[in-house]
Design a protein around this ligand. Sequence first.
Ligand SMILES: [Fe+2]
Ligand SMILES: [Fe+2]
Length: 203
Amino acid sequence: MPSQFKVQRTDKPFLTDIQTLRQRARLHMQDGPVTDSYKANRETVLKILNEALATEIVCVLRYKRHYFMASGIHSQGVANEFLQHANEEQQHADQIAARIVQLGGQPNFSPEGLTGRSHSEYVEGETLVDMIREDLVAERIAIDTYREVVNFLGNDDPTTRRLMEEILAVEEEHADDLVNILKEMNLRPDKERKPEKIPGRQK
Ligand SMILES: [Fe+2]
Ligand SMILES: [Fe+2]
């Protein structure tokens, strides 16, 4: 036997042997994709994901409100941006809910306690500029918390980590979009000086 081969055999194997893998896979079939090598604390991951789900739902609701209110004050360009964000937050909510089920958990869609579970807030905003600023704050909160989630998951649950990384990238785009809208508005001081009030909300 060549000596090089002996060295490799005594090293810690990179993969568990195929027989052991097959036996393990059959043992806990009800766990679906969660196998013995899943390293994260599943309960903690499910809790974190349900908080992220609540965050996304609150973001959908806030962006929808902003979309309809901005449409009402004839700011169709900004309204369309709000709608696009709302749709993307809905996709995130769906992806997170699907992952929760894959991990053997239950997605919490209950309206009860929703704002408490969510990291971001539901703020209506008085003016178009208020709405954009509130959305930017919410995006920045999502960015910070999702970044923490990604770091927490590390290599313990790479699939959930990848999902959260993808969502994080979109939240960063959202924040960037909002900053650009604000910048565009600053270029037009007439709008910046006297932001339009939403009809019916003046005190
Ligand atoms: Fe999102
Ligand atoms: Fe977002």
